[in-house]
Design a protein around this ligand. Structure first.
Ligand SMILES: [Zn+2]
Length: 69
């Protein structure tokens, strides 16, 4: 039996419960005892990799002055 996460819409209690798929509707909130609980969906790990690299090339001019007498 998998553990499902529930979220009570009545008191906002979040709890985990070991229930069957058919018994999900019979889950009650352990905090307030309400039946207004909804199963939390599996959260997919969404990782958005955004790499921005700004390359700025600066031209540096080296001036070499030679003073000769
Ligand atoms: Zn509750």
């Amino acid at each position: 039996m998998p553990i499902y996460e529930f979220d009570c819409t009545d008191c906002g209690e979040e709890f985990e419960k070991l229930v069957r798929m058919s018994a999900i509707d019979d889950v009650t909130c352990p905090n307030c005892g309400g039946k207004q609980v909804k199963k939390k969906l599996s959260i997919f790990a969404s990782s958005s990799g955004s790499s921005s690299s700004s390359a700025s090339s600066s031209a540096s001019s080296a001036s070499c002055s030679t003073g000769g007498g």
